[in-house]
Write a protein that binds this ligand. Sequence first.
Ligand code: ADP
Ligand code: GLC
Length: 485
Amino acid sequence: MQIVFAASECVPFAKTGGLADVVGALAPEMVKLGHEVTVYLPFYARVRRHIEGEPQFAARSITIPFQSYNRFVGIVDGGKRDGVRYYFVDCPELFDRQELYGTRTGDYPDNSERFGLFCRAVLESCKLLGVPDVFHIHDWQAAPIAIYLRTVYASDPALKSAAVVITIHNAGYQGSFPPTTTEQLLLPWDIFTMDKVEQFDHFNFLKGGLVYSDILTTVSKKYAEEIQTPEFGEQLDTVLRARAADLRGILNGVDYDKWDPSTDGNLAAHYSADDLTGKLSCRTDLLHAFGLEKIEDTSPVIGIVSRFATQKGFDLVQQIAGQLSDRDVAVVVLGSGEPIYEKFFRDWAFWHQGNVAVQIRYDDALAHKIEAGSDIFLMPSRYEPCGLNQIYSLKYGTVPVVRATGGLDDTIEEWNPERGTGTGFKFSVYEAPELLAAIDRALEAFKNRKSWQRLMLNGMARNYSWKQPAREYAAVYQEAANRRA
Ligand code: ADP
Ligand code: GLC
């Protein structure tokens, strides 16, 4: 089959979170299964940096109409990598910026136009360069593809038989804009109703995607159930329940070509389940990178790598911070995001310079070092559609402590010291003492080196490669295409 992926992120070109990892790894995996895959991304400033020399255009100028003006976009040919074709939608006035979605002061005010244009450009480009059997669209930024296809493009002979699969990577981000977005994107007002794109008097991109796509997927089985409830549905649970028969949970895989301690180029030493000795050098290297050289060998190192968003549960960490840093541990934190959490982590590190250290930024190499050099990895998320870091942690022999939600619950099994089974530590109720209790179980287990090693090896033996999920996506594409036919 021919598949077009449309997304706002994809490694190695542009990443703020796990979406980029998933798009960048699933696409080549689908090629391995014999499908033809094209990925469309906006041509952000940072994507340009991946192009050698002058950009080559597959299409020089495509007209995208707006109410009282046109924009003219180019389609940059990003060439083929691992069998995947990359096309970048070039519209410098909208995409040639430092960030993907906004700056520290807030979202870009023209995001509805930016991603509306991106979606329309993908459709127009496909008419020139190849219409797929299935559009696989990711998150709210690509959701207008489904809206356009089933409204203003519904009678287009070139596009009408193309199926659409939407993947929800995070229902907490919906792309909610003023009602006039309907006119801005040249869509008919009759779709601005509660059963279509309207949500609390706003034009909701994600909701439109959920209504108009043939099949809906999300990134773990647990999250597929959770988002149908008021607690996790982010107000879209009604729509999701209405489409429950078309909603599938497919757990993300991870890319072991990039995330494997036996080959990872970012590490001070390599190691594997057969020979763990290198992990000690990684720990020393990590403590050095964070200026915590004085930490004793017997103290466990707790790592965090994350976007600092409310989703990630750092308000719980804040509540236990004092108690945790008084224990015999080192804490290393890498991340950036909401100022309130940046300030909290900075302050925590300032007051506990002996054993807490934080680096506020995005740094891929350091993220790898933390996965390898830590003993425990902390993800107390309020909700987590899938989560990739805990899966990386398993492979790196770093024991996850997680909240039992979404993909965290699906991928981590509680350690049972009597039987020697399990891969980590979980807590369910979203309360600080529960988190502290889970960490304390981990710290207790760490004292017994022999059983701790068993726990590490249990995790390292788990396999979350893309092989199985890719097959599940292929089946979903087939089902969607059959329905259209
Ligand atoms: P989310 O997509 O919600 O942010 P995931 O766990 O799915 O959560 O994926 C996060 C990805 O982003 C991981 O690959 C992680 O290593 C990476 N990441 C997050 N914050 C940083 C950072 N500050 N520096 C480097 N990598 C980061
Ligand atoms: C989102 C989710 C995360 C998931 C990622 C990739 O950003 O927050 O849980 O792993 O998308 O699907």
